[in-house]
Design a protein around this ligand. Structure first.
Ligand SMILES: [Zn+2]
Length: 458
C-alpha cells in the first residue's frame, strides 16, 4: 500500500517535505528548511527519518527556502537522485541554494568568532559545495507536461501563481491515481504573477493553510503603501522594507513604480539592497511570458519594476554606505522575516530612529525577528546586542503571495468532485483548524490536518 509521511510543514509553515513511499520507490515532494522557532530550526539538524540515499527522486514545487532549502543537506548526506522542478524554479534555486549555504557558513563563522556558539566549533548545516552539487541534480520540466520521475510514477507541474516557476505537483501513482501536492497557492487578480490555475480533480489533495483563518485586506490600489511612504517622507526618515528576495521585491517595485507614475508619492531614491533580488529580477524579466498578462510587455527589459531613482546595490561596501546614510530613501532588502541577510544591518541602524519606518510585506512566522517587531516588541536583539525600537512598524498583508481563506476556498470550489481525502498542511494551528472547519462545513469534503511525522496510507 503506498503511503505518505508528513516530514514538515505539518502544524507549521516551514520545512515542507512529503514522503511518498511506494514500497520499492520513494519520492520526496519538496525539501524545505525549517525556519522560525528554535525547536523547528533544530529539526534541520536531527537525523532524517530515512537514509538520504533511499530516496529515489525529489520533486520541488517552488524555490522558496521552506520548500527547497533542505536539499543541500540531503545531498551532503548522500542523496544523488534527480530533482524535478520547473525551469523557473531551477533559475531561482541557482540563487537561493548557494545564498543559503553562504548564510549557514557565515552564521557558523560568526558564532565561532564571537563565542556565542553552543557547540564548539559551530558547523554550517551545509556548505557551498553541497549547494553546488545539489544544483547539478536539478531536472527542469515545463508546465503541463507529465514526465516519468520514477518507475511507474509521473509528475506534472501546474502553475500555482505564487512565485516565478511555482507549481502544484500532480503525481500519478503506478495505479493511475493522481495525488495533488498543492505547494503554496498564489492569489487571484494580483499584478506580476498569474492567477493560480484551476484543478478539476485529484484523488488525494494537500493544500496549504498559511492564511486559512484570515482574509487579506481588499486591494486598495496601493493606498496604504502610499500612506506609509508619504508619512515617512514627511518625517524625513528612511523606509526599510524587509522583503523575500524572490517574488516580494518584484511586487513591491511594481507598486512603487505605479504610485510614482501616478504622482501619488514623491520620487524617492529606491535601493534594492540584495544581490539575489537583483538577479531574480532578471529571471522575472526573462520569463515574462509566465507572468501576469498586465506586466508582460513591460517586464521585457525589467522596466515594469524600474522606479525613477532605482539603484541596485551591488557591493557590501555600497551596502554599508547605504546603512550609514541618513538620506530619506526607500530600502528593500532581505530577508523578509528579518532573520538574516542585509536587512539586519539596516534594521540595526534605523530601528532606534523615530523618523524611520519598517514595513513588513509578507507573512511573519512565529519565532522570527519580524514577528516580534510586528507584535510590538520595544527592544530587539540583533547581532548579540539589544536595539531599541523607536521607528514605526507597519505591515501590509495585501502584498502577500499566499492565497487567503476565501481564495483557498475559491480554488477548492473549482474541483468537479471532492478528493477522497484533503490534507491541510503549511499552516499554524489556528489557521489549520479554521480552514478544516470551513472545508468540512462548506464543501462537506473529508479533510484532515496533517501532523508532523504522521504516516497515512493512500
Ligand atoms: Zn512559497
Amino acid at each position: 500500500m503506498p503511503s505518505l509521511t508528513f516530514l514538515g510543514a505539518a502544524g507549521t509553515v516551514t520545512g515542507s517535505k512529503h514522503l511518498l513511499d511506494l514500497g520499492s520507490r520513494r519520492v520526496l515532494v519538496d525539501c524545505g528548511l525549517f525556519q522560525g522557532l528554535k525547536d523547528l530550526r533544530l529539526r534541520n539538524w536531527s537525523p532524517f527519518p530515512i537514509e538520504a540515499s533511499a530516496i529515489d527522486t525529489i520533486v520541488l514545487t517552488h524555490a522558496h527556502l521552506d520548500h527547497c532549502g533542505y536539499l543541500p543537506r540531503l545531498v551532503a548526506q548522500g542523496f544523488r537522485g534527480r530533482v524535478f522542478c520547473t525551469p523557473g524554479t531551477q533559475d531561482l534555486c541557482s540563487l537561493v541554494l548557494p545564498d543559503s549555504a553562504h548564510l549557514q557558513e557565515e552564521e557558523a563563522r560568526d558564532a565561532n568568532r564571537h563565542g556565542y556558539a553552543k557547540h564548539q566549533p559551530a558547523l554550517p548545516l551545509y556548505t557551498s559545495e553541497d549547494a553546488a552539487l545539489a544544483l547539478t541534480l536539478l531536472q527542469p520540466v515545463g508546465f503541463n507536461r507529465p514526465v516519468p520521475v520514477a518507475a511507474g510514477v509521473e509528475v506534472e507541474f501546474l502553475s500555482a501563481g505564487h512565485l516565478l516557476g511555482s507549481a502544484y505537483a500532480r503525481v500519478r501513482l503506478p495505479d493511475g491515481r493522481p495525488i495533488l501536492f498543492g505547494g503554496d497557492l498564489g492569489r487571484y487578480g494580483r499584478p506580476v504573477l498569474p492567477d493560480p490555475s484551476p484543478v478539476d480533480s485529484a484523488d488525494v489533495l494537500l493544500v496549504e493553510s498559511t492564511y486559512g483563518d484570515r482574509l487579506h485586506p481588499p486591494d486598495d490600489g496601493g493606498a496604504r503603501l502610499a500612506a506609509v511612504i508619504n508619512d515617512t517622507a514627511a518625517r524625513g526618515g528612511k523606509l526599510i522594507i524587509p522583503a523575500f528576495a524572490l517574488g516580494r521585491v518584484e511586487e513591491v517595485l511594481y507598486w512603487l513604480k505605479h504610485l510614482e507614475d501616478a504622482k501619488r508619492v514623491p520620487v524617492l531614491p529606491v535601493f534594492v539592497d540584495s544581490p539575489m533580488a537583483a538577479r531574480a529580477l532578471q529571471f522575472y524579466a526573462s520569463r515574462a511570458d509566465e507572468l501576469d498578462v498586465d506586466v508582460r510587455p513591460a517586464a521585457r527589459g525589467v522596466s515594469a519594476f524600474a522606479t525613477r531613482r532605482l539603484t541596485v546595490v551591488a557591493s557590501p561596501q555600497q551596502s554599508k554606505e547605504l546603512v550609514a546614510s541618513r538620506q530619506p530613501s526607500i530600502v528593500i532588502a532581505s530577508s523578509g522575516m528579518a532573520t538574516g541577510g542585509r536587512v539586519i544591518h539596516h534594521l540595526e541602524a534605523t530601528l532606534p530612529g523615530s523618523k524611520n519606518t519598517v514595513l513588513f510585506v509578507g507573512f511573519q512566522a512565529e519565532g522570527t525577528r519580524g514577528r516580534t517587531l510586528v507584535d510590538g516588541i520595544k527592544q530587539v536583539r540583533i547581532k548579540g546586542r539589544d536595539v531599541p525600537v523607536a521607528a514605526r512598524i507597519e505591515r501590509l498583508d495585501s502584498m502577500s503571495a499566499h492565497a487567503d481563506a476565501a481564495e483557498i476556498m475559491r480554488w477548492l470550489s473549482l474541483f468537479s468532485r471532492p478528493p477522497s481525502m484533503t490534507y491541510l498542511v503549511h499552516g499554524e494551528s489556528v489557521a489549520l483548524e479554521a480552514l478544516r472547519a470551513r472545508v468540512q462545513s462548506e464543501l462537506q469534503w473529508p479533510v484532515h490536518v496533517a501532523r508532523y511525522q504522521e504516516r497515512v496510507e493512500l
